[in-house]
Structures are given as structure tokens and as C-alpha cells.
Design a protein. Structure first.
Length: 132
């Protein structure tokens, strides 16, 4: 099993949905209880990229904020872009397949998080090794 820090949120059977991706990112952003300007920018760009209705995005953010308040987020820490990319990869690979929509979401998140190809490939190799 993946270490607790790498566990993805509950996922429906099959491909990761746009809403599940936003949920994962929102939980990572709210992990320290403070939404900094660059984190808010990531959330806003992600809403646009995923074409999520604003009311759905707000509901997800409120739920993540409540999880933080209840102490359900694990240790508080600021947004870690590499850790977030790793959590996304773990979730995407959870069903053993990466479909076209998931591949687009991963590519979009890598760009949004400003991760180098080298770092992303290292994280991808780590996640693949965890699956074996």
C-alpha cells in the first residue's frame, strides 16, 4: 500500500474525474489552513482548465476547509507542488490505466504547477515503482 502521505482521495471506479482532481488539489491547498495568493491562483486556473461550474468548485473548497478544521488533513504544511503531482499520479494510476482525459489532466497540472519534465518523470517512476 502507498504511504499515507501518498494516498489519493476516495476514487470512483475507473478514470479520475475532473471533480476528483479538483478535490485532490483543494485538499492539498487547504492542508495548512491558509490559502496563499499563488495557491488561490492555482485553484482559479484549475477551475477554468477543468471547466468546473464555480458553485461546484466553491463547494469542494468549503469541504476541504472543513476537513482541515476537523483535523482530517494530516500534518499541516504549505502546498508542496511535487507532493501534489505525486498524489495526482497515484490517483490516476490507481485503476491501472491512464485514459486520454487523465493524461490531459496530468499534463495540465504539471504545467500549472510549473514542474520540470525531469522532476515529473522522477515522480512518475516513483509512482510506477510503488505499483509493482
Amino acid at each position: 500500500a502507498a504511504p499515507a502521505a501518498l494516498e489519493a482521495p476516495a476514487k470512483s471506479a475507473g478514470a479520475m474525474s475532473r471533480q476528483e482532481l479538483f478535490e485532490l488539489v483543494a485538499e492539498e491547498v487547504f492542508r495548512d489552513g491558509v490559502v496563499e495568493e499563488h495557491e488561490n491562483e492555482i485553484l482559479n486556473k484549475l477551475v477554468s482548465f477543468l471547466k468546473l461550474p464555480p458553485d461546484v468548485a466553491k463547494k469542494i473548497c468549503r469541504a476541504a476547509q472543513e476537513k482541515f478544521r476537523r483535523g482530517e488533513m494530516g500534518p499541516a504544511r504549505p502546498l508542496d507542488r511535487a507532493a501534489l503531482d505525486e498524489r495526482i499520479l497515484v490517483s490516476v494510476f490507481a485503476d491501472g490505466e491512464v485514459d486520454g482525459q487523465e493524461a490531459q489532466m496530468v499534463a495540465g497540472m504539471r504545467k500549472l504547477l510549473s514542474l520540470t519534465d525531469e522532476l515529473h518523470l522522477q515522480l512518475l517512476a516513483k509512482v510506477r515503482a510503488l505499483r509493482n
